[in-house]
Design a protein around this ligand. Structure first.
Ligand code: ADP
Length: 479
C-alpha cells in the first residue's frame, strides 16, 4: 500500500512526468527504427537472392532442355554446373521431371524417387515459387523447365535451395550491435532525462520555495528562468500587492476606529474629572450642565458604533441583501417625513419631486439608509434658508434619485475622498454637527451592493448634488 502511494506521489510529480517523457522519446524511436531496419534488411536480402537464383536456374533450365538431361543425367557439362551452383549457394539442387521423378539431386539423397511437394506441383503448372524456411534456415525456389518453342510445354522443375546462414549471421551481428547501441542510447537517454527533468522543474521548485518562504507581505518572488515562471512570479507579486493594500487600509481603518471611539471617551473623562475636582464647589446646575455634555458624548459614541455596525453589514456580499419589491416613491416620502423635523430645525426646505411611480427590487432597509445619509448631509451641510431637493425618475432599466442642496459645497480636492471611511472635509465642524465620517461610505456600499452607481457634483459656496442610479431589477451575483 505504501509502495503504491509512493509511486502515485512520484508519478504525480511533473519531474517524473518529464523524465518519463524524455526517456520514452529517447528510446522508442530507436526500438521502432531497429525493428523496421531488420525487417527491411531481411526482406531485401531474400528478394535479391531470389532474383539471382531465379536467373541462374533460368539459364540452367535452357541447357537442361537443349542437352536432353531429363532423359539422361550423364551430361558432364550440366553436372559440373550443378555442383558449382550448389557450392555457390551452399545449397541443394534437385531436378525433377514432369512425372515428379527426381532426375538429379546434388545431395544424392532422392535420385529416382518421386518428389511430391506443393511448390513443385505449382511450378509444373508454370509458376515460379520461393519460400523462406526459417526452421531449416534456407531459401527454396522452384522454377519450371519450360520449352521456348510454340508449345511452351513444361518438362520438369528445378528446385534450388540456398542456405541463409550468412544472412542470418549478419542480422545477428547487427542485432547485437543494435542491442549494444540501444543500451548506450538508453543510458544516455536516462542521464539526459535526469538532467533535463531536473533543469525544467527546478525553477518551479524554486518558485514554490520562494512563495513558501515569503512570510512577510513585502516579500517578492522573482523566478525568471522561463516565461511561465516569470508570469507566475508576477501574478503572485500582484496578489501580494493587493494584500498589502488591503492590509494597509485595514490598519488605517483600525487606527481610525480606535481614534474615533477614544475621542468621546476622552471628553467624558475630562468632564467627569473636572466635576470630581470641583468637589463641594459644584452646584446642581453645573452637574446638570456637565451631565448634559457627557450624555452628548455618549450619544456620539453610540452613533459611531451604530454607523460602524451598518458599515460592517454593508461590507458583506450581496448574498446578505433582503430583496423585495418596494415602492420607491413611498420609501422616499417616508424618509422625508422622518427628516422633516431636522430640516425644519435647521430652517432648510425639504422637497420631493417624483416624475413617475417607481417600484424596484431592493433591500429597503439598506438602500433607504444610504439615501437617508445623502438627505441628512444635504441638511447638515447647509445654511439656514437653504433647500434640499430630492427627485425620483426612472427608465426601463434603472431608477434615478438625485439629492441636490444649495449648501456649503465640497472643495474639488476633497471630492475624491468623501466616500472614504472617516473622511471629513472639516473635522471640527463635522464633529460639531454630529458627523462620524462614515455616512457616505455606508451610502456607497449600499448602492454598490445593488449594482448601482453614485456620482457627485459640487461647487464650494453653491451646493452639492448626488446622483444615484440603481437597476430596477436586482442583478444576482454571479457565483
Ligand atoms: P459625516 O458623518 O461627517 O457627514 P459623511 O461620510 O456623510 O460623513 O460625509 C463625509 C464628508 O463629506 C462630510 O464630513 C462633509 O465634509 C462632506 N459632505 C458630505 N455631504 C455633503 C454635502 N451635501 N455638502 C457639503 N459637504 C458634504
Amino acid at each position: 500500500m505504501k509502495l503504491v502511494n509512493f509511486l502515485q506521489n512520484k508519478f504525480h510529480s511533473m519531474k517524473a512526468a518529464i523524465f518519463m517523457a524524455l526517456l520514452l522519446i529517447g528510446i522508442i524511436p530507436g526500438v521502432i527504427i531497429g525493428g523496421i531496419f531488420f525487417r527491411m534488411y531481411e526482406s531485401r536480402a531474400l528478394d535479391t537472392d531470389t532474383v539471382s537464383m531465379t536467373n541462374q536456374t533460368q539459364l540452367l533450365s535452357d541447357q537442361i532442355l537443349s542437352t536432353g538431361y531429363l532423359k539422361n543425367n550423364e551430361v558432364d557439362e550440366i553436372n559440373t554446373q550443378l555442383k558449382a551452383l550448389g557450392n555457390i549457394y551452399s545449397g541443394r539442387i534437385i531436378i525433377i521431371d514432369d512425372s515428379l521423378r527426381v532426375v538429379r539431386d546434388t545431395y544424392d539423397l532422392s535420385e529416382g524417387k518421386t518428389f511430391v511437394w506443393e511448390n513443385v506441383i505449382l511450378s509444373l503448372r508454370g509458376q515460379r515459387t520461393s519460400v523462406y524456411d526459417r526452421v531449416s534456415h534456407c531459401l527454396i525456389i522452384t522454377v519450371p523447365i519450360q520449352k521456348n518453342d510454340s508449345s511452351n510445354s513444361i518438362e520438369g522443375v528445378i528446385l534450388l535451395t540456398k542456405s541463409t546462414d550468412n544472412m542470418e549471421q549478419s542480422i545477428a551481428f547487427y542485432r547485437d550491435l543494435l542491442l549494444y547501441l540501444s543500451l548506450v542510447a538508453i543510458v544516455v537517454a536516462f542521464v539526459l532525462a535526469i538532467i533535463l527533468s531536473e533543469r525544467y522543474t527546478k525553477p518551479l521548485g524554486k518558485l514554490s520555495d520562494d512563495i513558501r518562504n515569503s512570510q512577510a507581505l513585502h516579500d517578492e518572488v522573482s523566478v525568471d528562468d522561463f516565461s511561465e515562471t516569470e508570469d507566475i512570479s508576477r501574478n503572485f507579486n500582484e496578489v501580494m500587492q493587493k494584500m498589502r493594500d488591503i492590509d494597509e487600509s485595514r490598519q488605517e481603518f483600525v487606527s481610525n476606529v480606535s481614534h474615533e471611539l477614544k475621542t468621546p471617551l476622552t471628553s467624558m473623562k475630562v468632564l467627569a474629572d473636572s466635576l470630581n475636582a470641583m468637589e463641594d464647589e459644584a452646584t446642581i446646575d453645573m452637574y446638570q450642565d456637565f451631565m448634559h455634555d457627557i450624555t452628548q458624548e455618549i450619544d456620539r459614541e453610540t452613533k459611531i458604533i451604530n454607523d460602524l455596525l451598518s458599515l460592517v453589514r454593508m461590507d458583506k456580499s450581496g448574498a446578505t441583501l433582503n430583496i423585495s419589491s418596494v415602492n420607491i416613491n413611498d420609501m422616499l416620502e417616508a424618509l422625508l417625513k422622518r427628516l422633516g423635523p431636522i430640516a425644519e430645525k435647521q430652517n432648510v426646505e425639504l422637497v420631493l419631486e417624483s416624475f413617475r411611480p417607481v417600484t424596484a427590487e431592493i433591500d429597503e432597509v439598506k438602500l433607504s439608509l444610504g439615501i437617508m445619509n445623502l438627505i441628512e448631509n444635504g441638511i447638515k451641510y447647509n445654511n439656514p434658508g437653504g433647500y434640499v431637493h430630492v427627485t425620483l425618475n426612472a427608465d426601463h432599466q434603472y431608477f434615478y434619485i438625485s439629492v441636490e442642496d444649495n449648501g456649503m459645497g465640497i472643495p474639488q480636492d476633497s471630492i475624491e475622498h468623501i466616500f472614504d471611511r472617516f473622511y471629513r472635509v472639516d473635522k471640527s465642524h463635522s464633529r460639531e454637527i454630529g458627523g462620524t465620517g462614515l455616512g457616505l461610505a455606508i451610502t456607497k456600499n449600499a448602492i454598490e451592493m445593488h449594482k448601482g452607481q453614485i456620482k457627485v457634483h459640487s461647487e464650494v459656496g453653491e451646493g452639492t448634488t448626488f446622483d444615484v442610479r440603481v437597476p430596477l431589477n436586482y442583478i444576482k451575483e454571479q457565483s
